[in-house]
Design a protein around this ligand. Structure first.
Ligand SMILES: CSC[C@@H](O)[C@@H](O)C(=O)COP(=O)(O)O
Length: 383
């Protein structure tokens, strides 16, 4: 499996996803500022990975301050330093809730630590670093459970249990998480159970997370897969010889009523799935479920640069797979055209058959609505 995030004792490296699939290069992230830029520029992307990298970027900076012996000695000062960096990190990208969720949880941890009678600045920092490091292993664990629950659900709803085909969108794999993946984790689990006939992945314009990243992971991990352009999805669903069992996507934020923000194009796929009677599933850890957001209407959608739509990047020689390849940006749209580039869209809950989490698949109640607060109103709720 590919590894997007490498972390060891204060030293953080991420696989630069801007250069994939042509160049596999790790870059060092030494500070919250490095982390902010890596997230904003999409060197790392995907809701869980963004949150983990942000927290570990700050851990890395705190590690350097500790080595340089420049950490604040007073616990309240250490807390203030950490909270100001967290506030800064959450401004990098607005839609995925995992980042603000992680920031809130870790802020609570350092605030409680700073209140202890014997608290020290070093102790507050150590509590932050421990919690940030824990996220890395926890996410991998959660993804494996998501994969298992999703695969079981799809098999239980398939007419031919041992012969399943699924379509996925964007990248939700090892590159978007600490490993294994969410929606791609479901595909991985179907493969490991030997029931996956074929996975289909969309190209995912404009940023091509599907053709660059998901396709790369599928080839790398030898999962039987076919790439389609986004505009081919309708024809794929209409083709009865393909016999698609389900569309499985990830999520950047799931509201309390089940409305789901995910990569632009997800909504269109859900409409197609409904029309063709194909199951539509969202796979996400509980950290992506935002009970404080009532519905999709309350989710802020990130707008990105028009250049992502009007240009495309690839290797200059068109063949390279090794380091040293020169990546070139080429204009593909008519100069002067205005562009709308929302990075995500909202899929209304009514189009979703199930939300796959690490504790099982949440389905609608007998009233036809998701009741996320009833299922998750425990220690996982935030704010
Ligand atoms: C497990 S990742 C789930 C989502 O974050 C993913 O589908 C997605 O929309 C990623 O968008 P990106 O803009 O590449 O960060």
């Amino acid at each position: 499996m590919l590894q997007a995030i490498k972390y060891n004792d204060g030293s953080l490296e991420i696989l630069d996803q801007l250069q994939l699939p042509f160049v596999q290069k790790y870059i060092a992230i030494r500070s919250a500022e490095d982390g902010w830029h890596a997230i904003k520029d999409m060197k790392v992307r995907g809701a869980p990975a963004i949150a983990i990298v942000a927290m570990l970027a700050l851990s890395s900076e705190l590690h350097s301050l500790r080595v340089a012996k420049t950490l604040p000695e007073a616990p309240e000062e250490a807390r203030t330093l950490i909270v100001s960096k967290l506030d800064y990190l959450v401004t990098s990208r607005p839609t995925a809730v995992n980042l603000s969720d992680a920031a809130h949880k870790l802020e609570a941890i350092v605030t409680n630590k700073a209140k202890e009678a014997a608290a020290t600045g070093l102790g507050v920092v150590a509590a932050f670093v421990e919690a940030a490091e824990h996220m890395l292993g926890q996410d991998l664990d959660d993804n494996q459970r998501i994969g298992h629950h999703g695969a079981e659900w799809i098999m239980a709803h398939a007419t031919e249990t041992g012969n399943v085909a699924v379509l996925t969108h964007c990248n939700t794999g090892s590159l978007a998480t600490s490993g294994y993946g969410t929606a791609l984790g479901v595909i991985r689990s179907l493969k490991s159970k030997d029931v996956l006939r074929r996975a289909y992945c969309t190209e995912t314009r404009p940023y091509n997370q599907g053709s660059r990243l998901t396709a790369f992971e599928l080839v790398h991990d030898e999962i039987p897969a076919t790439l389609i352009t986004d505009s081919m999805a309708g024809a794929l669903l209409a083709d009865t010889s393909v016999g698609l069992n389900a569309i499985v996507v990830g999520a950047d934020r799931v509201a309390a009523n089940g409305d789901t923000a995910n990569k632009i194009g997800t909504y269109g796929l859900a409409v197609l799935a409904k029309h063709h009677g194909v199951k539509f599933l969202v796979a996400a850890p509980r950290t992506t479920i935002d009970l404080a957001t009532k519905s999709g209407k309350d989710i802020v959608i990130e707008q990105r640069s028009s250049s992502e739509v009007t240009s495309i990047k690839g290797p200059r020689d068109g063949t390279g797979t090794t380091d040293g390849v020169i990546l070139e940006t080429v204009q593909i749209a008519a100069p002067g055209i205005s562009v709308w580039n929302p990075a995500f869209d909202i899929t209304p809950a009514v189009l979703i058959d199930g939300i796959i989490t690490e504790v099982g698949v949440v389905e609608k109640g007998s009233d036809g609505h998701f009741h996320m607060a009833d299922v998750f109103n425990d220690s996982t709720s935030r704010r």
